[in-house]
Ligand binder design. Structure first.
Ligand code: IMP
Length: 195
């Protein structure tokens, strides 16, 4: 079965290919001839994830899934959320972290969660899968692995930040891994039923 993963991130693609096994041929956006930027203009993570997957389905007629993620901070009413990538006005991780730490200065509640929503459009039907990683934010950065807000995020039940963990360790706890596990379980059941 052929399925497009609406990403140009080679690392994400390899990860999900390894999880899915042989029953699925995963295609990148480039491989299906989609060279344009996918729209991400809604004001929610769920909405952007769905918008990207539906764009591929509507313009290329191929079953597809797309992911979208962000950091939701309790004291900031869920910000940066869907704006996580450009919170400081640029994509620069250091500047984004700096803005979050400045805004959190006057707050004692440091709780936050990473959220991923994957939208799958299969035969024109929409399915969504959510993965959450609960945790809290430090006042200063620790660690050098990972990306984005990893150096200030400590997942629940742990002492180290995501940036102090190996890729494998973060991979077992992360919001993205949890959402992908739900997608993979769904697709495996689906391919079992349809084979
Ligand atoms: P995307 O939807 O996966 O591109 O994520 C959007 C933004 O959320 C990223 O640019 C990061 O700022 C933030 N983000 C998402 N996932 C993570 C993560 O695992 N660690 C740190 N930051 C993340």
């Amino acid at each position: 079965m052929q399925l497009c993963f609406a990403t140009n991130n080679a690392h994400k693609l390899e990860e999900i290919k390894a999880l899915l096994g042989d029953s699925f041929t995963l295609k990148t956006l480039k491989e299906i001839g989609c060279e344009e930027e996918l729209p991400e203009t809604t004001d929610t993570i769920e909405g952007n994830s769905r918008q990207k997957a539906e764009y591929v389905w509507e313009h290329f007629g191929i079953d597809c899934f797309a992911d979208d993620s962000g950091l939701e901070i309790t004291a900031l009413n869920g910000a940066p959320g869907v704006h996580s990538a450009y919170y400081s006005g640029s994509r620069d991780f250091q500047q984004n972290i700096a803005r979050v730490l400045t805004e959190l200065k006057s707050h004692t509640d440091r709780s936050a969660r990473f959220k991923t929503v994957i939208t799958l459009v299969l035969n024109g039907e929409v399915h969504q899968f959510e993965g959450i990683a609960e945790g809290h934010l430090l006042e200063a950065q620790r660690g050098v692995q990972g990306f984005g807000y990893d150096p200030i995020f400590v997942p629940e039940g742990h002492e180290r930040t995501f940036a102090e963990m190996s890729i494998d360790e973060k991979g077992k706890l992360s919001h993205r891994a949890r959402a992908f596990a739900k997608l993979v379980a769904f697709l495996q059941t689906y391919s079992g039923i349809n084979s």
